[in-house]
Write a protein that binds this ligand. Structure first.
Ligand SMILES: [Zn+2]
Length: 356
Protein backbone atom coordinates (compact mmCIF):
# COMPACT_ATOMS: atom_id res chain seq x y z
CA UNK A 1 0.00 0.00 0.00
CA UNK A 2 2.70 2.38 1.08
CA UNK A 3 4.75 1.41 -1.93
CA UNK A 4 1.98 2.04 -4.41
CA UNK A 5 1.16 5.40 -2.85
CA UNK A 6 4.80 6.39 -3.11
CA UNK A 7 4.83 5.27 -6.73
CA UNK A 8 1.68 7.20 -7.52
CA UNK A 9 3.15 10.35 -5.98
CA UNK A 10 6.26 9.88 -8.07
CA UNK A 11 4.24 9.35 -11.24
CA UNK A 12 2.21 12.51 -10.65
CA UNK A 13 5.36 14.49 -10.04
CA UNK A 14 6.94 13.19 -13.22
CA UNK A 15 3.76 13.68 -15.21
CA UNK A 16 3.68 17.32 -14.09
CA UNK A 17 7.27 17.78 -15.20
CA UNK A 18 6.50 16.39 -18.63
CA UNK A 19 3.48 18.70 -19.00
CA UNK A 20 5.63 21.74 -18.23
CA UNK A 21 8.18 20.57 -20.77
CA UNK A 22 5.50 20.05 -23.39
CA UNK A 23 3.94 23.48 -22.85
CA UNK A 24 7.33 25.16 -23.12
CA UNK A 25 7.89 23.22 -26.29
CA UNK A 26 4.69 24.46 -27.91
CA UNK A 27 5.56 28.07 -27.11
CA UNK A 28 8.99 27.76 -28.58
CA UNK A 29 8.05 25.85 -31.72
CA UNK A 30 6.71 28.99 -33.42
CA UNK A 31 9.81 30.96 -32.54
CA UNK A 32 11.99 28.34 -34.19
CA UNK A 33 10.23 28.33 -37.56
CA UNK A 34 12.25 31.27 -38.88
CA UNK A 35 15.52 29.33 -38.70
CA UNK A 36 14.23 26.36 -40.63
CA UNK A 37 14.08 25.58 -44.33
CA UNK A 38 11.66 23.24 -46.12
CA UNK A 39 13.23 20.87 -48.64
CA UNK A 40 12.19 18.48 -51.40
CA UNK A 41 13.41 14.86 -51.45
CA UNK A 42 17.18 14.73 -51.94
CA UNK A 43 16.99 11.42 -53.81
CA UNK A 44 14.07 11.81 -56.24
CA UNK A 45 13.09 15.50 -56.01
CA UNK A 46 9.48 14.80 -55.00
CA UNK A 47 7.76 17.29 -52.71
CA UNK A 48 5.16 14.80 -51.49
CA UNK A 49 5.99 13.46 -48.04
CA UNK A 50 4.26 11.91 -45.05
CA UNK A 51 5.25 12.69 -41.46
CA UNK A 52 6.57 9.64 -39.60
CA UNK A 53 7.30 11.12 -36.15
CA UNK A 54 8.23 14.26 -34.25
CA UNK A 55 10.88 14.46 -31.55
CA UNK A 56 13.13 17.04 -29.92
CA UNK A 57 16.90 17.43 -29.91
CA UNK A 58 17.36 15.19 -26.88
CA UNK A 59 21.01 16.10 -26.43
CA UNK A 60 21.10 19.88 -26.25
CA UNK A 61 17.75 21.57 -26.98
CA UNK A 62 14.94 19.53 -25.48
CA UNK A 63 12.42 22.23 -26.26
CA UNK A 64 13.01 22.14 -30.01
CA UNK A 65 10.92 19.58 -31.86
CA UNK A 66 11.61 18.36 -35.40
CA UNK A 67 9.50 16.31 -37.79
CA UNK A 68 10.91 13.35 -39.66
CA UNK A 69 9.10 12.78 -42.94
CA UNK A 70 9.22 10.01 -45.53
CA UNK A 71 9.16 10.67 -49.27
CA UNK A 72 5.95 9.27 -50.79
CA UNK A 73 7.80 8.43 -54.01
CA UNK A 74 11.06 6.77 -52.96
CA UNK A 75 10.87 6.20 -49.20
CA UNK A 76 13.81 8.40 -48.19
CA UNK A 77 13.46 9.68 -44.62
CA UNK A 78 14.51 13.22 -43.68
CA UNK A 79 14.06 16.02 -41.18
CA UNK A 80 11.72 18.56 -42.75
CA UNK A 81 11.72 21.47 -42.22
CA UNK A 82 15.31 21.50 -41.00
CA UNK A 83 17.91 23.97 -39.71
CA UNK A 84 19.80 25.75 -42.50
CA UNK A 85 23.53 25.04 -42.88
CA UNK A 86 24.32 28.37 -41.16
CA UNK A 87 21.99 27.47 -38.31
CA UNK A 88 23.43 23.97 -37.92
CA UNK A 89 26.56 25.01 -36.02
CA UNK A 90 24.48 25.58 -32.92
CA UNK A 91 23.62 21.87 -32.78
CA UNK A 92 27.29 20.84 -32.74
CA UNK A 93 28.73 22.47 -29.60
CA UNK A 94 32.38 21.73 -28.71
CA UNK A 95 31.37 19.01 -26.27
CA UNK A 96 29.86 17.00 -29.15
CA UNK A 97 33.37 16.23 -30.39
CA UNK A 98 34.87 15.41 -27.01
CA UNK A 99 35.84 11.74 -26.74
CA UNK A 100 36.70 9.87 -23.55
CA UNK A 101 40.47 9.13 -23.67
CA UNK A 102 40.31 5.93 -21.61
CA UNK A 103 41.98 2.55 -22.02
CA UNK A 104 38.68 0.82 -22.73
CA UNK A 105 38.00 3.46 -25.38
CA UNK A 106 41.25 2.53 -27.12
CA UNK A 107 40.26 -1.13 -27.10
CA UNK A 108 36.84 -0.22 -28.46
CA UNK A 109 38.42 1.82 -31.28
CA UNK A 110 40.74 -1.01 -32.23
CA UNK A 111 37.80 -3.42 -32.50
CA UNK A 112 35.76 -0.90 -34.44
CA UNK A 113 38.54 -0.07 -36.92
CA UNK A 114 39.25 -3.76 -37.47
CA UNK A 115 35.56 -4.27 -38.31
CA UNK A 116 35.66 -1.25 -40.66
CA UNK A 117 38.83 -2.48 -42.38
CA UNK A 118 37.23 -5.89 -42.98
CA UNK A 119 35.15 -4.27 -45.74
CA UNK A 120 38.34 -3.28 -47.58
CA UNK A 121 40.43 -6.47 -47.37
CA UNK A 122 39.46 -7.44 -50.93
CA UNK A 123 41.52 -4.43 -52.14
CA UNK A 124 44.58 -5.32 -50.07
CA UNK A 125 47.50 -7.48 -51.22
CA UNK A 126 48.76 -7.57 -54.80
CA UNK A 127 51.07 -5.00 -56.34
CA UNK A 128 51.28 -1.31 -55.59
CA UNK A 129 49.90 0.79 -52.77
CA UNK A 130 46.22 1.47 -52.37
CA UNK A 131 44.82 4.88 -51.56
CA UNK A 132 41.90 5.61 -49.27
CA UNK A 133 39.96 8.78 -48.44
CA UNK A 134 38.07 8.74 -45.16
CA UNK A 135 35.22 11.27 -45.10
CA UNK A 136 34.50 12.55 -41.60
CA UNK A 137 37.84 11.31 -40.26
CA UNK A 138 37.60 13.27 -36.96
CA UNK A 139 41.07 13.24 -35.33
CA UNK A 140 42.39 10.87 -38.00
CA UNK A 141 42.60 7.64 -36.04
CA UNK A 142 40.98 5.45 -38.71
CA UNK A 143 43.20 6.71 -41.58
CA UNK A 144 46.21 6.13 -39.28
CA UNK A 145 44.97 2.59 -38.65
CA UNK A 146 44.74 2.03 -42.41
CA UNK A 147 48.19 3.58 -42.99
CA UNK A 148 49.59 0.97 -40.60
CA UNK A 149 48.03 -1.67 -42.85
CA UNK A 150 49.96 -0.27 -45.83
CA UNK A 151 47.48 2.19 -47.33
CA UNK A 152 48.16 5.74 -48.51
CA UNK A 153 45.62 7.81 -46.64
CA UNK A 154 43.77 11.14 -46.85
CA UNK A 155 40.89 12.51 -44.84
CA UNK A 156 38.03 14.97 -44.96
CA UNK A 157 37.01 16.74 -41.76
CA UNK A 158 35.15 20.03 -41.44
CA UNK A 159 35.23 20.23 -37.63
CA UNK A 160 38.14 21.55 -35.61
CA UNK A 161 39.10 17.95 -34.82
CA UNK A 162 41.24 18.08 -37.97
CA UNK A 163 43.50 20.86 -36.60
CA UNK A 164 45.93 18.49 -34.98
CA UNK A 165 46.38 16.19 -38.01
CA UNK A 166 49.89 16.72 -39.36
CA UNK A 167 50.84 13.24 -40.56
CA UNK A 168 48.64 13.02 -43.67
CA UNK A 169 46.64 15.27 -45.99
CA UNK A 170 43.27 16.31 -44.63
CA UNK A 171 40.71 18.36 -46.55
CA UNK A 172 38.83 20.80 -44.35
CA UNK A 173 35.91 21.60 -46.64
CA UNK A 174 32.76 19.56 -47.30
CA UNK A 175 33.54 16.38 -49.23
CA UNK A 176 31.79 17.58 -52.42
CA UNK A 177 33.99 20.71 -52.43
CA UNK A 178 37.47 19.14 -52.03
CA UNK A 179 39.86 20.02 -54.89
CA UNK A 180 40.04 16.45 -56.22
CA UNK A 181 37.94 15.70 -59.29
CA UNK A 182 39.59 12.72 -60.96
CA UNK A 183 39.41 8.99 -60.12
CA UNK A 184 42.06 9.05 -57.40
CA UNK A 185 41.13 6.65 -54.61
CA UNK A 186 40.74 2.89 -54.47
CA UNK A 187 38.28 3.41 -51.64
CA UNK A 188 36.26 6.19 -50.08
CA UNK A 189 34.82 5.50 -46.63
CA UNK A 190 32.21 7.43 -44.63
CA UNK A 191 31.38 6.01 -41.20
CA UNK A 192 28.16 7.51 -39.83
CA UNK A 193 28.52 10.64 -41.97
CA UNK A 194 25.84 10.68 -44.67
CA UNK A 195 22.98 11.05 -42.19
CA UNK A 196 24.57 14.32 -40.99
CA UNK A 197 24.99 16.17 -44.29
CA UNK A 198 22.57 18.58 -45.96
CA UNK A 199 23.01 17.07 -49.44
CA UNK A 200 23.75 13.31 -49.51
CA UNK A 201 23.32 13.22 -53.32
CA UNK A 202 26.27 15.62 -53.73
CA UNK A 203 28.38 13.24 -51.62
CA UNK A 204 27.43 10.19 -53.70
CA UNK A 205 28.20 12.12 -56.90
CA UNK A 206 31.56 13.25 -55.55
CA UNK A 207 32.41 9.71 -54.46
CA UNK A 208 31.60 8.55 -57.96
CA UNK A 209 33.95 11.16 -59.41
CA UNK A 210 36.95 10.37 -57.17
CA UNK A 211 36.73 6.56 -56.76
CA UNK A 212 38.64 4.60 -59.41
CA UNK A 213 36.73 2.17 -61.65
CA UNK A 214 36.29 -1.05 -59.70
CA UNK A 215 37.00 0.79 -56.43
CA UNK A 216 34.71 0.90 -53.42
CA UNK A 217 32.51 3.43 -51.64
CA UNK A 218 31.94 2.00 -48.15
CA UNK A 219 29.63 3.75 -45.72
CA UNK A 220 27.65 3.14 -42.58
CA UNK A 221 24.22 4.65 -41.93
CA UNK A 222 21.26 3.86 -39.68
CA UNK A 223 18.52 1.64 -41.02
CA UNK A 224 15.22 3.51 -41.33
CA UNK A 225 13.42 0.17 -41.56
CA UNK A 226 14.50 -0.73 -38.04
CA UNK A 227 12.26 -0.20 -35.04
CA UNK A 228 15.04 1.73 -33.27
CA UNK A 229 15.33 4.28 -36.08
CA UNK A 230 11.68 4.46 -37.10
CA UNK A 231 9.65 3.94 -33.94
CA UNK A 232 11.74 4.27 -30.79
CA UNK A 233 13.05 7.85 -31.13
CA UNK A 234 16.67 6.65 -31.01
CA UNK A 235 17.83 9.03 -33.77
CA UNK A 236 20.07 11.97 -32.95
CA UNK A 237 17.79 14.61 -34.47
CA UNK A 238 18.56 17.21 -35.85
CA UNK A 239 22.24 16.21 -36.21
CA UNK A 240 20.84 13.25 -38.14
CA UNK A 241 19.03 14.80 -41.09
CA UNK A 242 18.63 11.76 -43.38
CA UNK A 243 17.39 8.22 -42.78
CA UNK A 244 18.26 5.51 -45.27
CA UNK A 245 16.95 2.08 -46.17
CA UNK A 246 18.39 -0.70 -48.31
CA UNK A 247 16.12 0.50 -51.14
CA UNK A 248 17.03 4.18 -50.98
CA UNK A 249 20.76 3.40 -50.68
CA UNK A 250 20.52 1.19 -53.76
CA UNK A 251 18.88 4.04 -55.70
CA UNK A 252 21.53 6.57 -54.58
CA UNK A 253 24.29 4.19 -55.71
CA UNK A 254 22.67 3.30 -59.02
CA UNK A 255 21.98 6.94 -59.87
CA UNK A 256 25.65 7.80 -59.35
CA UNK A 257 27.44 4.96 -61.13
CA UNK A 258 27.88 2.37 -58.38
CA UNK A 259 26.51 -1.14 -57.96
CA UNK A 260 25.41 -2.18 -54.47
CA UNK A 261 27.71 -5.07 -53.74
CA UNK A 262 27.11 -5.81 -50.08
CA UNK A 263 25.06 -4.83 -47.05
CA UNK A 264 26.04 -5.75 -43.53
CA UNK A 265 23.17 -5.19 -41.11
CA UNK A 266 24.80 -5.53 -37.70
CA UNK A 267 26.42 -4.03 -34.62
CA UNK A 268 30.14 -4.68 -35.18
CA UNK A 269 30.97 -1.01 -35.85
CA UNK A 270 28.29 1.16 -34.28
CA UNK A 271 25.26 0.08 -32.28
CA UNK A 272 21.73 1.43 -32.26
CA UNK A 273 20.26 -0.22 -29.19
CA UNK A 274 16.48 -0.71 -29.33
CA UNK A 275 15.79 1.48 -26.27
CA UNK A 276 12.27 1.01 -24.93
CA UNK A 277 11.38 -1.84 -27.25
CA UNK A 278 9.31 -3.39 -24.44
CA UNK A 279 7.38 -0.17 -23.76
CA UNK A 280 6.77 0.21 -27.50
CA UNK A 281 5.50 -3.37 -27.87
CA UNK A 282 3.20 -3.11 -24.85
CA UNK A 283 1.70 0.14 -26.08
CA UNK A 284 1.30 -0.72 -29.77
CA UNK A 285 0.59 -4.48 -29.68
CA UNK A 286 -1.22 -4.96 -26.37
CA UNK A 287 -2.92 -1.61 -25.88
CA UNK A 288 -3.24 -0.90 -29.62
CA UNK A 289 -2.22 2.72 -29.15
CA UNK A 290 0.23 4.92 -31.02
CA UNK A 291 3.69 5.29 -29.49
CA UNK A 292 4.54 8.99 -29.51
CA UNK A 293 7.58 10.76 -28.15
CA UNK A 294 5.51 11.80 -25.14
CA UNK A 295 5.06 8.10 -24.29
CA UNK A 296 8.80 7.38 -24.14
CA UNK A 297 9.98 6.77 -20.57
CA UNK A 298 12.79 9.05 -19.44
CA UNK A 299 16.26 7.55 -19.59
CA UNK A 300 17.85 6.99 -16.18
CA UNK A 301 20.02 10.06 -16.82
CA UNK A 302 16.98 12.23 -17.59
CA UNK A 303 15.21 10.76 -14.56
CA UNK A 304 18.09 11.76 -12.27
CA UNK A 305 18.20 15.25 -13.78
CA UNK A 306 14.46 15.91 -13.45
CA UNK A 307 14.37 14.63 -9.88
CA UNK A 308 17.68 16.11 -8.75
CA UNK A 309 18.98 12.67 -7.79
CA UNK A 310 22.54 11.37 -7.51
CA UNK A 311 23.51 7.94 -8.79
CA UNK A 312 23.39 4.91 -6.50
CA UNK A 313 21.23 2.00 -5.48
CA UNK A 314 18.29 4.02 -4.14
CA UNK A 315 18.11 6.04 -7.35
CA UNK A 316 18.33 2.85 -9.39
CA UNK A 317 15.40 1.40 -7.44
CA UNK A 318 13.39 4.60 -7.84
CA UNK A 319 14.03 4.45 -11.58
CA UNK A 320 12.97 0.80 -11.70
CA UNK A 321 9.73 1.76 -9.93
CA UNK A 322 9.17 4.64 -12.38
CA UNK A 323 9.69 2.48 -15.46
CA UNK A 324 9.73 -1.30 -14.90
CA UNK A 325 9.55 -1.75 -18.69
CA UNK A 326 12.94 -0.02 -19.07
CA UNK A 327 14.54 -2.51 -16.69
CA UNK A 328 13.08 -5.52 -18.52
CA UNK A 329 14.13 -3.82 -21.73
CA UNK A 330 17.78 -3.67 -20.65
CA UNK A 331 17.80 -7.38 -19.87
CA UNK A 332 16.26 -8.30 -23.22
CA UNK A 333 18.50 -6.13 -25.46
CA UNK A 334 21.04 -8.81 -26.40
CA UNK A 335 18.27 -11.19 -27.44
CA UNK A 336 16.30 -8.49 -29.28
CA UNK A 337 19.40 -7.27 -31.12
CA UNK A 338 20.38 -10.78 -32.17
CA UNK A 339 16.85 -11.41 -33.45
CA UNK A 340 16.93 -8.16 -35.42
CA UNK A 341 20.30 -8.93 -36.98
CA UNK A 342 19.07 -12.37 -38.06
CA UNK A 343 15.99 -10.78 -39.64
CA UNK A 344 18.12 -7.95 -41.09
CA UNK A 345 16.10 -5.31 -39.27
CA UNK A 346 18.87 -4.03 -36.98
CA UNK A 347 19.31 -0.26 -36.64
CA UNK A 348 22.66 0.13 -38.44
CA UNK A 349 23.90 -1.01 -41.85
CA UNK A 350 27.22 -0.83 -43.67
CA UNK A 351 26.97 -0.71 -47.47
CA UNK A 352 29.61 -1.45 -50.07
CA UNK A 353 29.16 0.15 -53.50
CA UNK A 354 31.46 -0.75 -56.39
CA UNK A 355 32.27 1.88 -58.98
CA UNK A 356 31.19 0.73 -62.43
ZN1 LIG B 1 12.03 10.71 -52.86
Amino acid sequence: MLRSRWRRALFLRLDGTWKVWNQETKNQRQELRGHLEAVACNLCGSERQTAVYAMPDRRYFREEFFTVTECDECGLGFVNPRPTIAEMQKYYPAEYYRKPPTKSHEGYLRRRFTAQASFLTQLEGGNGRRKILDVGCANGDFPRFMAARGWDVEGVEISESSDRIKDFRVHTQEFQDIPVNEPTYDAVTAWAVLEHVHDPMAQFKKASRVVKKGGLFVFLVQNFESIASRNLFCEDVPRHLYFFTRGTVRQYLEKTGFALEKEDNGRSIYKLAPYNWVAFMVRTKLLRKKYRYEDVPMTSKEFRYVNHLQGGLVTALKYAAYSPASVIDRMLWPAIETGQILRRTYGVSTFVGRKL
